[in-house]
Design a binder for this molecule. Structure first.
Ligand SMILES: [Fe+2]
Ligand SMILES: [Fe+2]
Length: 348
């Protein structure tokens, strides 16, 4: 078999004489059955029926092309063109497979108006219209010692933020969103691990906290469309993330009630910052540009929405995060576990 393959290969290289053509024709009759084990024996590789099937098909096509090229009749030239087209189609199909889910074609996703859905990072069923009726002025008055620690910590953290960003609210929001998306993920991961360890449900809190993290990340994806981070801001994010992720992780392990309270107060500060941002937009200190396309789709905003609309819906989201985290902290303060109270899943 090995000798036969070498003869075939030689005949292909030499362009195919009449005697080799007959041997090719004979070989053609057997190739579909014999080439598969032959390859496995020659290469010593493991048998893969899919790969070997396509290898056999390719060799057969090459043989046909070689036979056709030795003739100059127009009918055979047409056949060669068809073969080439067929190969091209197969190549295109194999390329298309890369973007499919391992052979399963991706479902066509459209907007409500039938236009193609342009985002891979979120899907139409994850979008929502923000609840703008939420009370923005709610504040949790710190009563216990832990509350006061949380409140003072957040107020202390605000000082360097104010000094660094001043009234550059676009930049400030972008940088703070890189931090804001961390607590939900840390809490979600720790509750997930707890659920596995203790063989118990989380009461929906894993999902609620991961939703918060994702929502915050979408704030960042929106802000980054409006403000491009400079190299030193990227560096700052690296440092802050390194410190904040670990600090929050340790805090959540030691005291989830304090961790959620800190986030509750951070969200109150975020509402304040976005209110100031809106004030600058209203007074014309910041240009009210068009809303980024990603924001229009994510919050189901009208096509002519502006930055003001985007900041308004983000601020409403922050108010929801404030409520979720103060609620979570309150549950712990009552000496209960989160799973005992239904989680605010889908609460935006
Ligand atoms: Fe946010
Ligand atoms: Fe938030």
């Amino acid at each position: 078999m090995k000798i036969m393959m070498m003869r075939v290969a030689r005949s292909l290289i030499n362009g195919g004489s009449s005697s080799t053509s007959s041997s090719i024709r004979n070989f053609n009759r057997h190739i579909s059955m014999s080439v598969i084990p032959a390859r496995s024996l020659v290469t010593g590789s493991s048998f893969n029926p899919v790969d070997d099937f396509f290898l056999a098909k390719r060799i057969m096509t090459m043989m046909k092309m070689s036979t056709v090229s030795s003739s100059s009749s127009p009918a055979k030239t047409t056949s060669l063109t068809e073969e080439k087209n067929e190969l091209k189609v197969k190549k295109d199909q194999s390329n298309a497979m890369v973007s499919s889910y391992w052979g399963v074609p991706r479902q066509r996703i459209t907007r409500e108006d039938g236009t193609e859905w342009p985002w891979n990072c979120f899907m139409p069923w994850e979008t929502y219209a923000a609840d703008l009726s939420i009370d923005l002025s709610k504040h949790h008055v710190p009563k216990t010692f832990a509350d006061k620690v949380a409140y003072r910590t957040v107020k202390l953290l605000r000082i360097p933020t104010d000094l660094f960003f001043k009234r550059r609210y676009g930049c400030r929001a972008m940088m703070l969103e890189t931090v804001a998306a961390v607590p939900g993920m840390v809490g979600g991961v720790l509750l997930h691990l707890r659920s596995l360890r203790k063989f118990e449900q989380s009461g929906g809190w894993i999902k609620a906290l991961l939703e918060e993290a994702e929502n915050e990340r979408m704030h960042l994806m929106t802000m980054v469309e409006l403000v491009q981070p400079k190299w030193y801001e990227r560096l700052l994010v690296l440092a802050v993330q390194g410190v904040f992720f670990n600090a929050y992780f340790v805090l959540y392990v030691l005291s989830p009630k304090l961790a959620h309270r800190v986030v509750g107060y951070l969200e109150e500060e975020a509402i304040h910052s976005y209110t100031e941002y809106l004030k600058d937009l209203n007074e014309g200190r910041i240009e009210n540009v068009s809303a980024p396309a990603i924001a229009i789709d994510y919050w189901r905003l009208p096509k002519d929405a502006t930055l003001k609309d985007v900041i308004t819906v983000i601020r409403a989201d922050e108010a929801h995060h404030r409520d979720v985290n103060h609620f979570a902290s309150d549950i712990h303060f009552q000496g209960k576990e989160l799973k005992e109270s239904p989680a605010p899943v889908g609460y935006h």
